[in-house]
Ligand binder design. Structure first.
Ligand code: SF4
Ligand code: SF4
Length: 458
């Protein structure tokens, strides 16, 4: 809760232009809801107007909020806003997102998915789907369009807000590019070419379907392109990703490439301060993320065992049932429903912090085999706590800064926000030599260990 009016000012009331933007965004959402209920027609004009309405209202709101301000971080009023401090608006948004994800995963027909011709919301996206891949839309196509729109529009807002910081601008452009090109357009193009759907950047264990029998068969049946997808996927897991992680830490993926991270960083930005920094939360993190990674490994080994031997059971356990449980509990319920639905309640990286097996694997590599660290100049720290407040992974950055100790943590996604919000320039993201990267910086050590001299004695 706020302790000082200097740092926690109430947000100003919305200006007239911002109110218009909110009204335009809400009108677009209401139109989509009415189309979903089949009370408005689902056609190309409606699709274009609702998508443009959503995109421009987010971008326009961001422009009217940040364009007139001086560059620099101003998180005024986050603890007074109902949306960003777990107020009634946050609960409302969380309930809506959770409901939407439940319908998306388990009730596609409620969105209008039909074998004999889509209607409702899915039908609304048919014209775009036919234009891109020559096939009708599915609920996952609808989701992909809205997801890409969210990352792009909120990415614009993020860039405006952090425009003084080159690292933030570049990595946001990177996540928008990878979402738009690799996660959305390229897979649709592959399908138009009668090739298997493939998001080249989505690798195992995040892509837990990679070793499924249907996927392995489809890739092998797709000629040279399928074999390229297969070999590239294996290279990503065993060569490309570990190498990039060695040089740059897990940030190369979690903060520059990954779609889950991209949404968390852009649309989830207003909620990053909600991640708990308590020891209890850290213990829960340890007890969840590594067992989930082991679950992913065991499930994958079972699936591969069945694929190569034709046996349905491994040590008495049905490998298909194991795969189904993983898909339901981790792939759908945790990553989607909780992972995004709970943004306004638990912070924007709930999935990355507590559930993502990819984050666990990259975290182990980062902790023990990487050159990445955040160095701290403890002598400059004024203990304001901005860094800890805005660390989305719940790391108590200030505790390290006060000791002048480099931060080498498996969970750090290298977003760089701690450094961006530090008013004293204490923190620096570096890729230094691997040995001794956990020792204190010489400058901080000499400062902290120096005998105290009063200005009069000096
Ligand atoms: S420690 Fe800094 S760079 Fe790492 S996750 Fe937290 S805010 Fe991001
Ligand atoms: S490192 Fe910077 S942001 Fe963090 S407590 Fe110290 S002065 Fe504040």
């Amino acid at each position: 809760m706020p302790t000082s009016n200097r740092f926690y000012r109430r947000p100003p009331h919305l200006q007239a232009r911002q109110q218009w933007m909110v009204a335009a965004g809400m009108a677009s959402l209401v139109c989509m809801a009415l189309v979903a209920l089949q009370l408005l027609p689902a056609n190309g004009w409606m699709l274009v107007s609702t998508l443009l309405g959503l995109g421009f209202s987010i971008a326009g709101f961001a422009w009217s909020t940040y364009s007139g301000r001086h560059p620099g971080i101003q998180n005024d009023g986050v603890w007074f806003s109902s949306l960003s401090s777990r107020g009634w608006l946050a609960w409302l948004v969380a309930a809506f997102l959770t409901f939407f994800y439940c319908v998306l995963y388990w009730k596609g027909e409620w969105l209008g998915l039909r074998a004999d011709g889509n209607v409702g919301l899915v039908g609304l996206f048919d014209p775009l789907s036919y234009g891109l891949k020559g096939q009708p839309a599915s609920q996952w196509f609808v989701y992909g369009v809205l997801y890409t729109l969210a990352i792009t529009a909120f990415g614009f807002k993020f860039i405006l807000k952090y425009r003084h910081n080159r690292y933030q601008v570049l990595r946001t452009l990177s996540t928008v590019f990878f979402q738009l090109a690799f996660a959305f357009l390229l897979p649709e193009f592959f399908m138009r070419m009668n090739l298997p759907y493939n998001d080249l950047k989505n690798m195992w264990p995040l892509n837990y379907s990679f070793f499924d029998a249907w996927n392995l068969d489809a890739l092998q049946a797709a000629g040279w392109a399928g074999k390229f997808f297969l070999i590239f996927g294996l290279l990503m897991i065993f060569a490309i990703s570990p190498t990039l992680c060695f040089f740059f830490g897990k940030r190369w993926y979690c903060s520059w490439v990954c779609g889950c991270g991209g949404l968390a960083e852009t649309a989830g930005d207003p909620f990053r301060q909600l991640s708990s920094k308590s020891t209890r939360a850290w213990q829960i993190e340890q007890w969840l993320i590594y067992p989930i990674f082991l679950f992913a490994v065991a499930m994958t080994l079972g699936v591969l065992y069945s694929y190569f031997t034709g046996q349905a059971h491994l040590m008495g356990i049905s490998t298909a049932a194991l795969r189904a449980w993983y898909g339901f509990a981790i792939g759908a319920a945790f990553s989607g429903v909780i992972g995004v639905g709970f943004y306004p309640l638990l912070g924007s990286r709930v999935w990355c912090r507590f559930g993502c097996p990819m984050a666990a694997l990259l975290g182990i590599q980062q902790k023990f085999f990487s050159r990445f660290r955040i160095t701290t100049n403890g002598g400059q720290c004024i203990s304001c706590g901005n860094c800890s407040s805005y660390c989305e992974m719940g790391i108590d950055v200030r505790a390290y800064a006060q000791r002048g100790q480099p931060i080498v943590r498996a969970s750090c996604v290298g977003c760089g926000i701690c450094a961006a919000v530090c008013p004293r320039g204490v923190l620096r993201l570096e890729n230094g030599p691997h040995p001794n990267r956990e020792s204190s910086s010489p400058l901080a050590s000499s400062f902290l260990n120096a005998p105290f001299e009063s200005p009069k004695d000096a």
